[in-house]
Design a protein around this ligand. Sequence first.
Ligand SMILES: *[C@@H]1O[C@H](CO)[C@@H](O)[C@H](O)[C@H]1NC(C)=O
Ligand SMILES: *[C@@H]1O[C@H](CO)[C@@H](O)[C@H](O)[C@H]1NC(C)=O
Ligand SMILES: *[C@@H]1O[C@H](CO)[C@@H](O)[C@H](O)[C@H]1NC(C)=O
Ligand SMILES: *[C@@H]1O[C@H](CO)[C@@H](O)[C@H](O)[C@H]1NC(C)=O
Ligand SMILES: *[C@@H]1O[C@H](CO)[C@@H](O)[C@H](O)[C@H]1NC(C)=O
Length: 480
Amino acid sequence: MKPLVILLSFTFFSTTLYANSHSQQHFDTGGLSRESFPEGFLFGTAASAYQVEGMASEDGRGPSIWDAFVKTPGHIANNETGEVSIDQYHRYKEDVDLMQMLNFDAYRFSISWSRIFPRITPHANLYHYDLPLALQEKYLGLLDRQVIQDFADYAEFCFKTFGDRVKTWMTFNEPRVVAALGFDNGINPPNRCSKKFGNCTDGNSATEPYIAAHHLILSHAEAVKRYREKYQAKQNGRIGIFLDFVWYEPLTRSKADNYAAQRARDFHIGWFLHPLVYGKYPRTMQKIVRERLPKFTKSEVEKVKNSFDVLCLNHYTSYYIYEPHQAPSNVTGYQQDWNAGFAYERNGVPIGRRAHSEWLYEVPWGMYKAITYVKKHYGSPNIILSENGMDDPGNLTFPESLYDINRVSFYRSYLKELKRAMDDGANVSGYFAWSILDNFEWLLGYTSRFGLVYVDHNDLKRYPKLSAYWFKQMLERKNS
Ligand SMILES: *[C@@H]1O[C@H](CO)[C@@H](O)[C@H](O)[C@H]1NC(C)=O
Ligand SMILES: *[C@@H]1O[C@H](CO)[C@@H](O)[C@H](O)[C@H]1NC(C)=O
Ligand SMILES: *[C@@H]1O[C@H](CO)[C@@H](O)[C@H](O)[C@H]1NC(C)=O
Ligand SMILES: *[C@@H]1O[C@H](CO)[C@@H](O)[C@H](O)[C@H]1NC(C)=O
Ligand SMILES: *[C@@H]1O[C@H](CO)[C@@H](O)[C@H](O)[C@H]1NC(C)=O
């Protein structure tokens, strides 16, 4: 901490001096090093197409539902778009060099379905919120079964075209977020919901989130089937999916709060993971959602069951859950169905330090509980912790923004808990920090900075923050 304080008092900031002093600074890694993790464990960073690429309407790319959405004033902070973002379309070589300089092994990116066309191990995701606008307009996208065939055709094109280089495929990023934010409260495109739950012109929060989720699961399963039948043996790769998982801790030890927290876990990760492991939705969901919950046919059960080689978990935060004191309202919707109250403190003590994003509290022990829960309830799958990180406000001035000591502490404490879960038997084979660079943070536009590397949005220059150098030191290869 000492050298930090001294540097902060410099009135003249030299990036060369900064880089030289921090690439050699000795950090507290909390005892962590590459050797703390098993041989072959991958450390990477993650990002997604629309958030980093830029060139959104050039080189033949067609629009996705996000390109249409960002054009409406008021949707994104400061009316920003990903039209240019951080221009990784042109600067990818520089960015991959940065990742290597920081000792990372892998990069998780996504292919833009509506663009179609990778020295670091590529982990490619086929869908990161960006459905082609044409499919939304043609048949309402995820609400129509046709999307299953169309997605599988697109996925197969990618296996065929890039499968000689890409050995880890993922079908969807956070399908739960796609279904809930797109169809329950409608804050993300395609902005559908019941009037009671948001500002949408059309939609039905009681049924559409479940229909969209069902089609996402079947699209995933069909793509996995084609990969396994036609490409996997020849290409020698693996396939999986990214699921987001918030840890839900009962607020009190009461039975009611424990049940409420379990409902929350079932409606969150269980909604997708239960079918992918067991071929059916969690029993709590079947009992609560009843006839509004679509059913898998016999052949779909077989296709959906065990439809991943590796399970990617995006984990950032944890909340307390309690049994609500009032009866639920008479208007039905997905979030309503949880019948769960959220709390961010217990007896006046916050669950953790809040990052810039209002949903993101720093709760390292939640990492241990989330991983251990999935191990115990879902047959100890092979897990990649595929997103983890925190954001600062976008307007933190430069160079203060580079001294991200909260982020260093965040990563150190979460990685210690990940290691603890692994020491207790969880099968985890990789970890990806979100994100390598500050980028377009969806609704928050550029008002949020998740990067290990600062981006000056005026000239798009990249400057590693302290957290980047922390990783560089932690990931040093001792015997290479
Ligand atoms: C976004 O655009 C709308 C409509 O043009 C305008 O009223 C609003 O002030 C803009 N917001 C910002 C932060 O520029
Ligand atoms: C709802 O959306 C309409 C159309 O996009 C917009 O004009 C209106 O201000 C929004 N209302 C609220 C409460 O956000
Ligand atoms: C729900 O309750 C409100 C008032 O409590 C009432 O106005 C509304 O008609 C009810 N809606 C339904 C679908 O029963
Ligand atoms: C972890 O998962 C991998 C991939 O499925 C498997 O090869 C390995 O045997 C598993 N390790 C343990 C300890 O279960
Ligand atoms: C930074 O932005 C936040 C809103 O996101 C605002 O409350 C704060 O005043 C801004 N700070 C500066 C230094 O501009």
